[in-house]
Design a protein around this ligand. Sequence first.
Ligand SMILES: [Zn+2]
Length: 401
Amino acid sequence: MGMRLYDTARGEVVPFEPGPTASIYVCGITPYDATHLGHAFTYLTFDLVVRRLEDLGHEVRMIRNVTDVDDSILGKARELDVDYLDLAAREMDLFHADLAALDLRPATAEPTATGSIDGILDLIGRLEANGHTYTVDGNTFFDVSTWDGFGSLTGLDEATMLEYAAERGGHPDDPRQRNPLDFVLWQASAKDEPSWDSPFGPGRPGWHIECSTMAMAELGETIDLHGGGDDLTFPHHECEAAQSWAATGAPLARHWMHVGMVAYEGTKMSKSLGNLVFVRNLRRMHDPRAIRLALMAHHYRDGFEWFDYNIDDAITRLDRLIAAARRAKGPNPAPTLAAVRAALDDDLDTATARQAIDLLAGGILSGSGDDPTAASGLATAAALLGVRLDATLPESWVRTT
Ligand SMILES: [Zn+2]
């Protein structure tokens, strides 16, 4: 028995059975603003997958890219009048500090778009050789009419694809495109933007091509698991899937995993509404383990609303876990360990896993049982969820207030 996870492409929960080394590619951030709770929920989800795979004996290679050149970061750098790479470096430091505070496993490697230009140009060259591209005014596009499988990852109808493309970084109304769903692989840079020489003219990469390039460079042509936030399904991952397969003749990923969006007290959380809940602010006020426990109340596929009081309930839970882990005896912890593993294997059912450790903690605190391994068993079960109950906190958890 191993893990079963929902696969976006198949639309059902299926066995997830990587080989001894599991290859995972998770789409990273564009480093131009602080980490918010939506990022934390996404990366926590993949952290739990990594932990359970390691518990099952797999070695895990998890790659998370850095989109260090795109419209958002160039716009923000222009606004702040700083170099875009300096902005990226500064924001990546903050991102790493937030992730370390939440005790999220570091990525095996974090390639950058600007460090992958040669590979990106090589991949576009293969697509051109296979007849999937055209170039207009220094912009090279992927021609979706040349790829029958376009749309098969998400199964969306054309109207929805057009709507999402317009909302999420695409330009369906660009008159240079033959089809509104075509997407840019290489684009001419504006005067003040960075530019690289290429066979397609000077310019910079499109968004989707960088992830195909970095995933394949780090993990090979077909990887075990590819994922990210739910808003990346279309166009980002659909485009990645199409161009990768069109270039190599092999599917990019065996399994696609997507994480629901986090809203804030009844409203979509968004930069433009100014209601982003930043991890930095939360962890300044609260033990980061409580943030993990609070997020684990929700199934990863379900979007949910965050309320400020959610953290209070999680702090109460954490305090009980810590108190129980200090007791000398309690119930036999073996059924709890089995229950946590079974819950994680069942499409990452974190709420049930969390309930199982709460029950054991309750048993220990109520004085039932005289098993001397109860507390250490509780600590092991909590560690499967990335919640350390040992007394020593990692250096990175030192608050930065
Ligand atoms: Zn990506």
